[in-house]
Design a protein around this ligand. Structure first.
Ligand code: SF4
Length: 50
């Protein structure tokens, strides 16, 4: 897995602003069928720290 910098530090896979999930899934946000910019995408692997 290439390094993924991620500032979502409240995710359980995040350690020092880096992602340590074995893989991540990214999808379009909401019901969009065609993303226009990065704001239209989201990480579906996010899991809150608990
Ligand atoms: S799973 Fe997604 S939100 Fe969580 S650290 Fe990795 S890239 Fe960031």
């Amino acid at each position: 897995m290439p390094s993924i910098k991620c500032s979502v530090t409240e995710c359980s896979y995040n350690k020092e602003v880096e992602c340590f999930a074995p893989m991540i899934q990214v999808a379009r946000d909401g019901n969009l069928s065609n993303a226009q910019n990065s704001d239209n995408t989201k990480c579906e692997t996010f899991k809150p720290k608990g």
